[in-house]
Design a protein around this ligand. Structure first.
Ligand code: ZN
Ligand code: ZN
Ligand code: ZN
Length: 349
């Protein structure tokens, strides 16, 4: 008890007699000058929120709904990817093989590579752990040591220490290191361990959609013999008004065997679907790369928009994609990696 009292005094040397509180991290009783809802322990560095109590687990309905939503969206996305790959192969490949055998084989190889990269990055992002914090001993000051829980907070859901850059996800029911957001389309959090796979998945979708768009437009024009541009121009020149030109175009479309065929409909659908998916995913990818460049995450930008999150620059992008350190130094010169520490929690004090 005497030893503990010494340690309490040591940790609060700058404090005067006042409000007494207990640090959750090391269990020491601290003397605060006045009541403070949030304070930092001078010994272990843990941040205590005084009125925080352990949270009740989410209701069964809530957990079930999130689980069903995530699994449904993952199943729909997987089905859509297989539908686009198989439908695209069925609709486009007769055209490319009709050009030449070499052209057909070349596009088979390109399709196989894009499909394997997209599906494997999806599975890696979806089914690998997003990054659980390492278990750390806590609750007793001799085992913690000085600054052993620097800027740690207490997760009221997990009832254990939460590292400075971690957030709790109620869908995954765990704390996630460097959590960016919970993505229902992969049914998983995007965090420190799978963020690279998630961005690789977005990049592969953008490239694949561009390829699908080009190939479907090309195949559409190749298998659209009833619609002749020259015929349309001739109709236009002979017509007396724009209305008659529109009527002729509509008639040409309506009589087109292309639009009446399943292959034609699928080509039109794939072209529009790939274009809209590409636009949406490009915006998401741009947002992700911007946050990585700034050394920030989406959830941090929402929860603490004014906090300083670290050094911004291209070194963050290179570090994110695992650029070898030698190449890293050649491209950017020596950098101070230590500046990237997140001190957002210190503003609480
Ligand atoms: Zn402490
Ligand atoms: Zn937690
Ligand atoms: Zn999650």
């Amino acid at each position: 008890m005497d030893e503990e009292a010494v340690e309490v005094d040591h940790s609060v040397t700058s404090m005067q007699e006042g409000h007494e509180a207990t640090c959750w991290g090391c269990g020491l009783r601290l003397l605060l000058t006045a009541y403070a809802p949030i304070f930092k322990c001078g010994w272990c560095g843990a941040i205590t929120q005084q009125n925080q109590t352990s949270r009740k687990p989410d209701s069964v309905c809530f957990s079930h709904w999130r689980c069903v939503r995530d699994r449904s969206l993952v199943a729909i996305l997987l089905f859509f990817m297989f539908f686009v790959i198989s439908g695209g192969v069925w609709a486009v490949y007769p055209v490319v093989f009709s050009i030449s055998y070499f052209c057909g084989v070349f596009h088979c190889i390109v399709t196989a590579i894009l499909s394997i990269i997209t599906i494997s990055s999806f599975f890696l992002a979806s089914f690998s752990s997003a990054g659980a914090p390492t278990n750390i001993l806590w609750g007793s000051y001799p085992v913690i040591g000085k600054n052993g829980l620097e800027n740690y907070t207490f997760c009221a859901y997990c009832t254990k220490p939460k590292p400075p850059r971690a957030h709790h996800c109620r869908s995954c029911k765990m704390c996630v290191m460097d959590m960016d957001h919970h993505c229902p389309f992969i049914g998983n959090c995007v965090g420190a361990a799978n963020h690279r796979f998630f961005v690789a998945f977005l990049i592969s979708i953008v490239i694949s959609c561009s390829y699908i768009l080009v190939m479907t437009i090309y195949a559409g024009f190749r298998v659209w013999p009833p619609l002749k541009l020259r015929t349309l121009v001739a109709y236009g020149l002979n017509s007396t008004s724009a209305l008659s030109l529109v009527k002729e175009i509509t008639a040409a479309f309506a009589s087109s065997a292309f639009l009446l065929s399943a292959r034609g409909l699928l080509l039109v659908y794939l072209a529009f679907a790939s274009l809209s998916v590409e636009i949406g995913i490009s915006v998401l990818l741009w947002q992700q790369l911007s946050f990585i460049y700034e050394g920030n995450t989406y959830i941090n930008s929402v929860t603490s928009p004014n906090a300083v999150h670290g050094e911004r620059g291209w070194q963050n992008i290179l570090r994110f994609f695992g650029c070898p350190h030698s190449v890293f130094r050649i491209l950017l010169g020596p950098t101070n990696g230590g500046k990237s520490q997140n001190n957002s929690n210190s503003k609480l004090l």
